[in-house]
Design a protein. Structure first.
Length: 226
């Protein structure tokens, strides 16, 4: 199997709206590892299509302990996508810890049903805009912040599919679910797995990547930090 194009990238999905989630989904289509930070109080997988193939952790970054965890995650990440970055976290501080980090911030993105297609188009613009500083990062070793304003993107975009569907097996024996294909054709697209349940990969990311102990994980879970 051909190795996916962006398989070496780690993307943190800190978005709450459609645009940011779709931007991160496009990175997942190209093979990047995408870790989505869901709310500790969330009980469902949310958007099955937008979150397909991603890993999920739970995190409240607005709280001090949660902000510390996000900073530690950002040290390992290549890209962080957000539409609601907590006020206690800014790119200047994050980039001091990880100069290679690319932070994409999406603002004024439509979130209601009427603006859904505009939100997808905004997400596509965010993805393309994020790719440019990634080239800079690869050459110079330095990242940058990207600002994507949904109000400045086109108000609508036609989403054209060729009629084929990608079958992805759902977890827990719920049967197959048809997901739309990526909106582009390119060698090295990564296959998608079902959208994860919130916090499904807490152990893998917090203990495996950050080295937290089981006791620390239990404390953070009981305190609703994750």
């Amino acid at each position: 199997m051909t190795e996916a194009l962006l398989s070496e990238l780690l993307v943190i999905d800190l978005s709450r709206g459609v645009a940011g989630a779709y931007c991160c989904l496009l990175f997942r289509h190209l093979g990047a590892e995408v870790v989505r930070a869901d709310s500790p109080n969330q009980s469902s997988a949310g958007e099955p299509y937008l979150n397909a193939g991603k890993k999920s952790i739970t995190l409240d970054a607005s709280r001090p302990e949660g902000a510390v965890l996000l900073r530690r995650l950002a040290e390992h990440a290549d890209v962080l996508v957000t539409d609601d970055l907590p006020s206690n976290l800014e790119y200047a501080a994050l980039s001091r810890q990880n100069p290679r980090l690319v932070l994409t911030r999406i603002t004024n993105s439509p979130s209601n049903d009427d603006g859904r297609f505009s939100a997808y188009f905004t997400g596509l613009n965010a993805f393309v805009a994020t790719m440019l500083p990634l080239v800079k990062m690869a050459i110079l070793g330095r990242g940058q912040q990207v600002e994507v304003d949904g109000a400045e993107c086109l108000a609508a975009a036609a989403f054209v599919a060729d009629g084929r569907r990608t079958e992805v097996q759902r977890a827990e024996g719920e049967g197959d679910e048809a997901l739309p294909p990526a909106p582009f054709k390119i060698i090295g697209l990564a296959p998608l797995t079902p959208a994860p349940l919130p916090g499904e990969h807490n152990d893998e990311v917090y203990c495996g990547l950050l080295g937290l102990s089981g006791e620390e994980l239990s404390h953070l879970t009981e305190a609703s930090i994750i």
